[in-house]
Design a protein around this ligand. Structure first.
Ligand code: B1M
Length: 212
């Protein structure tokens, strides 16, 4: 039977097929799916996060690792029964790119990394109007609402989303995280966001801080 260490290494090196093979081997060996995620997949992704921060890994490698991690999750999640899955979730995140902005790549990467970090993620797409964000918060009741924007002309729309949440009495029910190349901590503070993250790895760290 394969080991947790091999599974971690396959996540770190971004080998999707190997992750699938090792996850199946562990399952065949009688290991419970709910043990494979925290002991094999999550520690691998945690190493990826550290190496990205120290400059030992770059975005394409991080994307490959997140894809490998997600392949593992695709196999294991359906086998986890009842409330076990929601008990294991680090929290629920709704994420989207604000209205007028079609930049998708960074937002999707943040969503993928959050998922790899144990969060349940609902990606509601690009060019999302404020009322659609409000609707998603109402219906999905996420812990965190993630707003992405890449254009200096669309970042003011983040404030509109926060104002729309206030009008719907939902602002105190959800943490708002903002990010995207033109965003700064100063801007995030000025619009009353709860967190700002400069990249996908720190987005996961910040999300964990918000949950604690
Ligand atoms: Co556009 N574009 N683009 N573009 N585009 C930029 C952003 C630009 C900087 C290029 C430039 O001029 N140098 C510039 C913006 C200038 C500005 O406003 N200051 C620009 C422009 C002007 C435009 C158009 C207006 C061009 C035109 O039509 N005249 C137009 C706008 C369309 C619109 O949105 N309405 C446009 C269109 C496009 C394409 C459609 C062609 C394409 C997008 C394709 C797609 O996403 N499906 C595109 C692309 C690819 C880019 C660049 C080249 C790359 C963006 C990207 O994907 N980066 C970009 C130039 C650049 O950044 N070098 C550019 C990789 C990605 C991993 O990084 O998105 O920064 P990023 O995400 C990071 C962080 O920002 C952070 O984490 C991510 C991962 O580490 N992050 C978050 C992002 N969201 C977060 C959310 C969080 C936390 C962190 O919490 C919720």
């Amino acid at each position: 039977m394969a080991s947790y260490e091999e599974l971690q290494e396959s996540v770190i090196t971004g080998q999707k097929d190997k992750v699938e093979g090792i996850a199946n081997s562990l399952l065949d060996g009688g290991i419970k799916p709910r043990e494979i995620i925290p002991k094999g997949l999550l520690p691998g992704m945690s190493v990826v996060g550290q190496r990205f921060k120290t400059g030992e890994m770059f975005i394409p490698e991080v994307i490959a690792s997140a894809a490998a991690m997600n392949r593992g999750l695709e196999i294991l999640k359906p086998l986890i029964v009842g409330n076990e899955l929601s008990d294991m979730s680090a929290g629920k995140v709704v994420i989207g790119t604000v209205q007028g902005d079609v930049h998708n790549i960074g937002k999707s990467l943040v969503g993928m990394m959050m998922e790899s970090g144990g969060f349940t993620v609902m990606d509601i797409g690009i060019d999302v109007p404020a009322d659609k964000f409000v609707e998603a918060v109402e219906e999905e009741k996420p812990n965190i609402l993630g707003l992405s924007a890449l254009l200096t002309t669309t970042i003011p729309l983040m404030k509109d989303v926060i104002e729309a949440l206030k009008r719907s009495n939902l602002r105190d029910k959800v943490h708002v995280m903002v990010g995207g190349a033109p965003i700064t901590q100063e801007f995030a503070d000025s619009i009353g966001a709860d967190a700002y993250a400069a990249d996908a790895v720190s987005a996961v760290d910040k999300a964990k801080q918000l949950m604690s």
